[in-house]
Write a protein that binds this ligand. Structure first.
Ligand SMILES: Nc1ncnc2c1ncn2[C@@H]1O[C@H](COP(=O)(O)OP(=O)(O)OP(=O)(O)O)[C@@H](O)[C@H]1O
Length: 370
């Protein structure tokens, strides 16, 4: 499950305003990628271009052998069915119950019977922890729940690609953390290709398999999480460390004199912070896009910043990882894994709900009003 998206030389402008140009990247199938960038750099425009809601000036968006910007209307309509999109505000109809909101794409785009619609809607509501809230109106629930309702709706057509625009906007850190866990668990479950636009640095550092950064009308960098978190490239380094020091200023870029002043004060010589361990699925099982902590750094001769991959309990996950993976019951093995996916003799890094580093408190978010 999940398909690769290959973007080649994509350029978009509105009138004389160039939003970004020559953007090329491959978003790997089944993995979680995050797109960052200062406000106004065109992250939402990029998502809308990927799903065919905006037409680029030039360039290609390959999904398999289909080049999305150049598809005839009918093929575009069909290709769009591969996508689920969660817009910033959840884009729910205020006068419809959550059930009807989530059922909407099924009733619009399929000929499924009402009993099938009900089964699918309930299944997706369960996946996002919203069972029991079917009859509520969007105005009667919290912002976090609205996002999860929008997410359930994005899932009803079983997308191969899930695009998410700023899921953390308007949410407090705890709700953001719960929603991140939902994304990770969903990715483990459905294996779709995820692209999440976010401003939340903690999300960007702990959730994805890959990170991209848009800056000054270009894609500054896109690659595995460890590559960006160990990068010395000034823009990447400043952004991923949420630092005032670096080339990005209030009006996007600083002038030479500001940079010179920072350099003179020695502000640019600060050390990179440790790379945190990646957040795990609640059941402790591995996702397609997960790799051994430190594997990218080791393969590329990069020494990660001191203290990297160590969790709050002081466990070093470069060392723990082989034991952890060995303790997972292979798929199809005779003995089924216990709830939580781990044999009792080898406690998982947190078990269900995970005290794996970076995980929010155990349990699904449903019912708590998140
Ligand atoms: N339909 C449109 N017509 C004209 N200009 C547009 C249109 N959509 C977006 N823009 C412009 O494109 C630029 C990028 O907008 P976009 O919303 O993609 O930025 P962003 O990186 O997502 O910002 P933020 O992080 O603040 O949400 C902005 O200057 C915006 O005004």
């Amino acid at each position: 499950m999940g398909v690769e998206i290959r973007v080649e030389g994509l350029t978009k402008s509105f009138g004389r305003q160039v939003i970004w140009q020559d953007v090329s990247l491959t978003i790997p199938a089944g993995e979680i990628s995050v797109l960052l960038g200062p406000s106004g750099t065109g992250k939402s425009v990029f998502l809308k271009s990927l799903v065919g809601l905006l037409k680029p000036d030039r360039g290609h968006i390959w999904i398999g052998d289909r080049d999305l910007p150049y598809l005839p209307e009918r093929d575009l309509y069909e290709t769009r069915k591969l996508f689920g999109v969660l817009f910033q505000d959840g884009a729910l109809f205020g006068s419809m119950s959550l059930f009807d909101n989530i059922a909407f794409p099924l009733r619009e785009h399929t000929k499924k019977s009402e009993s099938d619609v009900k089964r699918i809607v309930m299944e997706k509501m369960d996946m996002v922890g919203l069972l029991g809230s079917e009859h509520k109106l969007p105005g009667e629930i919290s912002g976090g729940m609205r996002k999860r309702a929008g997410l359930a709706r994005a899932l009803v057509l079983d997308p191969e690609i899930l695009l998410v625009d700023e899921p953390d906007s308007g949410l407090d850190p705890v709700r953001t953390s719960f929603l991140n866990q939902v994304f990770i668990d969903l990715n483990a479950q459905i294996g779709a290709t995820f692209l999440i636009v976010t401003h939340d640095i903690n999300t960007a550092r702990t959730v994805p398999d890959n990170i991209g950064l848009l800056y000054r009308r270009h894609l500054a960098m896109f690659g595995p999480r460890e590559m960006l978190l160990s990068s010395e490239e000034p823009v990447v380094r400043q952004f991923l460390n949420a630092s005032k020091v670096g080339p990005i200023g209030m009006s996007e870029e600083k002038d030479e004199s500001e940079l010179e002043a920072e350099a003179k004060m020695g502000l640019d010589s600060g050390k990179l912070p440790p790379i945190p361990p990646q957040q795990m699925a609640s059941d402790g099982m591995l996702r397609t896009g997960m790799h051994a902590p430190g594997a990218w750094c080791a393969a590329h001769g990069v020494t990660p910043p001191p203290g990297s991959f160590i969790d709050d309990l002081g466990r070093n996950w470069v060392e723990e990882w082989p034991r952890y993976v060995a303790s997972l019951t292979p798929v199809g093995a005779a003995s089924a894994p216990p709830p939580g996916g781990m044999p009792p003799s080898a406690p998982p890094p947190g078990g269900p709900g995970g005290q794996f580093p970076g995980n929010p408190p155990p349990g699904r978010p449903g019912g708590a009003g998140y």
